[in-house]
Design a protein around this ligand. Structure first.
Ligand code: FAD
Ligand code: DLZ
Ligand code: SF4
Length: 511
């Protein structure tokens, strides 16, 4: 009898830990445990989503004749840790071997590597083949290059999987159609509602447990409408393809007050937990293009996120860990302001994005990157503080995907592994891509002074503060030329406005 342990983000029947399973004799173990639910104080919706999806997945396996052992969070005998639960099974059943798929976080992977010695038992860790690029292939690809760039990795992946290809050339003659994408929102945009699923009995039971057991965790638990089964996740994907994909590219970077979902797919929760697999999402989008249902700029843009970015950041994570967790290239030191938890700030863009994050355990990419991310970059918040926040507030967050996006993409703390330059921007970018500034106390058109948009002076303060590290970056040359041309008085005002702002942050005064 072999014990097949399945983790909360491994909810795929095709997961490698179930390969060659003997349904009658093998035992499948799935457990809700305190250690995984609290290694950071995950958003309540994230815990509810995973517990409910785990329970539904276990039920599905049971119905198919698997031998499933399931530990509920509030079971009296629950030891609270994965190792404790495995020990409990070993004490009762005659197990020859433990089999599991490699955890997607270094933290848990390194713990489990010790299990065999602790337990005196064989533990087989299989690769996670739900990804489209193995870590070995990624490492080989990276080793051959002085600099790794997503765009070239993505082209290889397009070729490898023959996605949107015409022989060995990209369909429609281009790899990338971003020139047609990323338009500002226009008034009166008709944005479809995201997929909503009504909680069933299992989900309602989970919601009660989460409500009772995690009162001090961030976020609103209700309303809860996530998909929690593979069938529902497939419906969510189908809804995206039929209702939002057409506009995905055009409005990929647009932000509208009160519209948290825009034309994005909202499938990251399902992809990262295993309810959906990446290739089926890519194929469905590709098929929509071939049917003439969605334009190439939308389909290519969407596919690039999954075949390109998602696989790329996972590759970077395993290539660079564990050192990657402690890099701080720009030597940022500040604490995360309290308004990242409360939403209480006069800066309307941040108020909107934090509030939506609290309500939905979701924010779309450009909110994460250019509002929430831009601010922590410009303000010089320490990477540990920022990483912890991003890891706990989003229902799709696991370190393998969160860390490279935060440390690499938004903070430039890796000195240029993920991105070639920091994504720093002034208020003008947010004003162009959203309607947030219209209702803001600050004036985006003012560069300095008490009414000026803080992003405007903080942007230059960031450029000045990090001159030693960034001036030699060829992609920053123009910006430093502009700094050289800046008149002295403006330079001094930028510094004093920024100091004033940072003083307020330090004293936790409302900004
Ligand atoms: P869509 O915009 O519809 O994109 C489709 C899919 O592409 C996503 O579901 C996701 O699987 C993939 N994708 C898109 N961009 C990225 C990216 N940069 N990296 C990896 N995959 C990507 N994504 C997570 O899944 N988990 C995280 O913890 C996470 N943290 C992030 C932190 C920051 C600071 C930033 C800038 C981005 C982060 N992302 C993360 C990437 C991206 O923002 C989310 O994947 C996306 O917003 C999820 O919403 P969606 O499913 O509607 O995505
Ligand atoms: C995120 C999470 C949570 C909240 N709870 C559990 C759990 O109770 N049991 C479990 O097996 N997994 C859980 N997970 C997912 C794990 O944290 C995830 O498998 C690792 O972080 C590796 O990615
Ligand atoms: Fe954000 Fe500045 Fe616009 Fe206010 S004015 S919403 S702070 S970008």
């Amino acid at each position: 009898m072999r014990l097949r342990l399945i983790l909360g983000d491994q909810l795929s029947e095709t997961v490698s830990s179930l390969h060659n399973v003997d349904k009658i004799n093998d035992l499948v173990l799935i457990c809700e445990v305190h250690s995984e639910a609290t290694y950071v104080k995950h958003h309540k919706k994230k815990i509810a989503f995973l517990f409910s999806a785990m329970r539904h997945f276990a039920e599905d396996l049971l119905n198919q004749g698997y031998n499933v052992l399931y530990t509920k969070y509030d079971d009296e005998a629950n030891t609270g840790s994965l190792l404790g639960e495995v020990k409990r099974v070993l004490n009762i059943h005659r197990i020859e071997k433990i089999i599991l798929t490699k955890p997607n976080e270094y933290r848990l992977f390194s713990e489990i590597l010790k299990w065999s010695e602790i337990l005196g038992f064989p533990v087989e860790i299989k690769d996670d083949d739900r990804f489209l690029c193995t870590t070995e292939d990624f490492n080989l690809w990276a080793k051959e290059r002085k600099q790794i760039r997503m765009e070239f990795f993505y082209r290889n992946m397009r070729r490898k999987y023959s996605i949107l290809m015409d022989g060995d050339q990209p369909i429609d003659g281009q790899w990338n159609f971003d020139n047609d994408n990323r338009k500002p929102p226009k008034a009166g945009l008709d944005i479809p509602q995201t997929y909503l699923s009504a909680p069933d009995l299992i989900t309602n039971e989970v919601l009660k447990v989460v409500d009772k057991s995690f009162p001090d965790h961030f976020g609103d638990l209700y309303p809860f409408n996530f998909a929690v089964t593979r069938e529902q996740a497939l419906e969510a994907l189908e809804e995206f393809i039929s209702r939002r994909l057409q506009n995905f590219g055009t409005y990929q970077d647009a932000m509208v007050e009160g519209e948290p979902w825009m034309f994005h797919s909202h499938i990251s929760f399902y992809l990262n937990s295993g309810l959906l697999n990446p290739l089926e999402c890519i194929k469905q989008a590709e098929e929509a293009y071939h049917r003439g249902f969605a334009p190439i700029n939308a389909v290519e843009g969407f596919i690039r996120q999954i075949l390109g970015w998602r696989e790329f950041v996972r590759g970077v994570y395993w290539l660079k860990m564990p050192e990657y967790k402690s890099v701080n290239y720009l030597e940022a030191t500040r604490k995360l302001p309290s308004f990242y938890w409360t939403g209480e700030t006069e800066m309307n863009c941040l108020h909107q994005c934090v509030s939506e994050t609290r309500e939905n355990a979701y924010a779309h990419h450009i909110q994460r990157l250019m509002v929430l991310g831009n601010f922590v970059l410009l303000a010089g918040i320490h990477p540990d503080e920022v990483n912890e926040w991003y890891l706990l507030v989003y229902a799709d967050a696991y370190e393998w995907v969160e860390l490279p996006n935060v440390t690499g993409m938004i903070l430039f703390a890796d000195g240029g592994v993920v991105g070639s330059k920091p994504y720093a921007a002034s208020g003008a970018y947010i004003n162009k891509m959203s309607n947030y500034c219209k209702k803001c106390k600050y004036k985006v058109s003012e560069k300095t002074g008490p009414d000026a948009c803080p992003f405007n002076y903080l942007y230059w303060d960031f450029i000045i503060r990090n001159e030693k590290k960034l001036r030699s970056n060829p992609r920053m040359g123009l910006i430093y030329k502009n700094l050289d041309r800046m008149d002295h008085e403006k330079y001094i005002t930028i510094k004093s406005d920024s100091d004033l702002f940072f003083n307020k942050l330090e004293k936790d005064e409302k900004v």
